[in-house]
Design a protein around this ligand. Structure first.
Ligand SMILES: [Mn+2]
Length: 271
């Protein structure tokens, strides 16, 4: 398993569950110093990232790009994939494809989290699900040209009513004709929704494509009451070789959160 840490470039998301906030240059250099393998970037849009500059910074720090989040599509631009308005859905899919195109140049995936939207008084649950499936087909097919999957993240009930568990996510992926979508299993969301986090990971099997590595209270690993022994054993059992990515509050501050996650990563993966 490989280590990864989140960098947010989205001012509107201040206070959100991202570890590093100090711009790409400083954040990437710091992640490199601490020995991380990769970064996951949450950007306002693709225009906020200069691919050549990012490539230079990553090379200098010896890091890979693991993934790009699409959440700013919702947080900043109010675009979501289950919107009642067909034109808005099209814009949302375009936003996702643009992120896929940028991430793809780095052999990295785009992540669909909060852009999945939700059913409401206007869009009923089967329709919201249908819109989400259309978007995942579109993005999964688009990502295939870069030989990377699109990553879909079930969220807890307070953030979506589309898919809240790994089982729901597996069912959703099985209903698609594309095979090019994997699941992001976020331990914070799972701690709310799953009966047993380790069992859920095992049931996800080879569909588990990315992990958000975080504690029960969304603080860095080791700062809550999550029981990691069985979780790591489950990931080993399914032969998970991807990233354990710190998507956590910058608690007590970004530097210490990054150091704490790296200590925890080494403890759990090297013991
Ligand atoms: Mn997450």
């Amino acid at each position: 398993m490989k280590s990864c840490i989140t960098i947010s470039l989205v001012e509107e998301a201040r206070g959100g569950p991202f570890v590093l906030w100090d711009g790409l240059e400083k954040s990437i250099a710091f992640a490199g110093e601490l020995g991380y393998d990769a970064v996951e970037i949450f950007a306002p849009g693709t225009e906020a990232i200069d691919a050549d500059q990012l490539s230079t910074l990553l090379d200098k720090a010896g890091l890979k790009l693991a993934a790009l989040g699409t959440g700013a599509g919702w947080v900043k631009h109010k675009l979501q994939l289950a919107d009642a308005d067909a034109a808005k859905r099209e814009q949302a899919k375009k936003f996702v494809r643009d992120v896929i195109d940028l991430a793809g140049q780095f052999g990295a995936s785009a992540i669909i989290g909060s852009m999945q939207g939700r059913s409401d008084a206007v869009v009923d649950a089967p329709t919201a699900r249908k819109y989400l499936c259309e978007a995942l087909e579109d993005g999964g097919n688009h990502a295939a040209q870069y030989n990377v999957p699109l990553i879909y993240e079930p969220l807890n009930r307070y953030e979506t009513n589309q898919c809240c568990t790994v089982a729901d996510g597996v069912k959703l992926l099985d209903s698609l004709s594309t095979q090019n979508v994997t699941l992001l299993c976020d331990l914070f969301h799972m701690n709310i929704e799953e009966a047993d986090i380790a069992e859920a990971l095992i049931s996800g099997g080879d569909k588990v494509g990315h992990i958000h590595f975080v504690d029960s209270n969304r603080r860095p690993v080791g700062c809550g009451h999550m029981q990691y022994g069985r979780i790591i054993a489950a990931l080993r059992q399914i032969n998970y070789q991807g990233y354990l990515c710190a998507e956590a509050f910058a608690w007590p501050n970004p530097e210490e959160a990054a150091r704490q996650t790296m200590r925890a990563f080494k403890y759990w993966t090297q013991s």
